[in-house]
Write a protein that binds this ligand. Sequence first.
Ligand SMILES: Cc1cc2nc3c(=O)[nH]c(=O)nc-3n(C[C@H](O)[C@H](O)[C@H](O)COP(=O)(O)OP(=O)(O)OC[C@H]3O[C@@H](n4cnc5c(N)ncnc54)[C@H](O)[C@@H]3O)c2cc1C
Length: 412
Amino acid sequence: MNTASDIIVIGAALNGLAAALALGGRHAKRPLDVTVIDLKDPRSFVSGSFDGRASAITASARRMFEALGVWSAVAGDAQAMVDIIVTDSAKPGAARPVLLQFGPEDMKGGPSAHMVENRHLYGAMLEEALASPHISFLIGQPVESFSFGPGLAAVKLADATEHRASLIVAADGRNSAAREAAGIKLVGWPYDQKGLVATVEHDLPHNGRAEEHFTPSGPFAILPLPGNRSSLVWSERTGEADRMMALDEEGFAAELRLRFGTHLGDVRLISGRHAYPLSMFIAGSFTANRLALVGDAAHVLHPLAGLGFNLGLRDVAALAECIHDAAALGLDIGSAQILERYQMWRRFDTVATGAAMDGMNRLFSNTNPVLTLLRRAGLMAVNRMGGLKSMFVGEASGFSGSLPKLLRGEQV
Ligand SMILES: Cc1cc2nc3c(=O)[nH]c(=O)nc-3n(C[C@H](O)[C@H](O)[C@H](O)COP(=O)(O)OP(=O)(O)OC[C@H]3O[C@@H](n4cnc5c(N)ncnc54)[C@H](O)[C@@H]3O)c2cc1C
């Protein structure tokens, strides 16, 4: 059956569901009619084996979840991050003195972030979207073709049905077919690194502490989950990561223990292992005729600061504000003027964040003795400067820059 709605969102993963809720959810002041299209069934995303990742949800992203009506459904599965330490060591298993620490005294306004497993985020957002009368789903069909006409946009699915809207929001991930169809090029590069992701259980409590251990092959992050559990994001050179993935369980556990250390007692793998190729790509434009890109369709960054989805939420919040403002004035929500406001709001911020993440990865993932000395001195200097530390905590909490209303917890 052919359909017509205000907005089509392509992709029903983290950013697509957030976009659907911000534009047409039950908590939007004037919900628009939204059709969400995904070739995969989003109910499968809730299974633990689909996506082993957990996300650091910043304090501002948490406010957005509250405004969208989904925070109460994940709060019980969220672990507050109340302490962050950063170390820099020459090789796995070597001594790693703490060079930089953000403790509870640096987070007087509350935790900078909460760790939540992605399966819980998918589950809570999907449930809320299914309960929203203005959101409908078309699942199981890939988009065959796009048309970005002057007055309307449309997609044709594999079953030959056609779906029209004033605007297409592409949340279809790093290989976005919508972005490609609109001829938008990417700027960036792949890293010779993969991110290994797994969940572990340990004997001793983490007390809400997140650990980022920089090593020459890439950062090894231990991120606290509820209970005596932690999520690992372990970056390795691609060849080494492939070797780790091919190891039997015992061999993998031995490598993991070497990097994890013994400070939390015995550590056991309690999940499957996932490997994600790492890269930095930013779309040359976040918009085209009747098209807006959000999330990984617009940008893919190194996960060393756990910012990817948080940047996606910033896109969604800014876009939703531009669209709802236009709708309230009776303007065309897919017009070039509205899309330009979104692009101006988001692209510069993303390029600046992407460049910072890329610079940090290059600075830390090497053994050059001069760079090693410089970065260690730099971390220790930041650790002694209260003002600079508060600035970093503000960044980590997601309160820097021009904040859209949803990220301030206000409904749009
Ligand atoms: C190792 C690792 C750790 C990370 N940790 C963090 C963290 O701590 N904090 C954080 O904020 N971010 C983190 N990120 C980043 C974050 O996970 C991603 O930015 C986020 O998952 C991207 O979601 P998305 O919805 O944009 O895209 P995707 O998850 O790629 O979803 C795209 C969706 O579109 C659908 N789709 C694609 N093509 C089509 C088509 N043609 N037709 C129909 N449907 C289509 C797909 O089926 C899919 O459901 C991490 C990333 C990695 C790799």
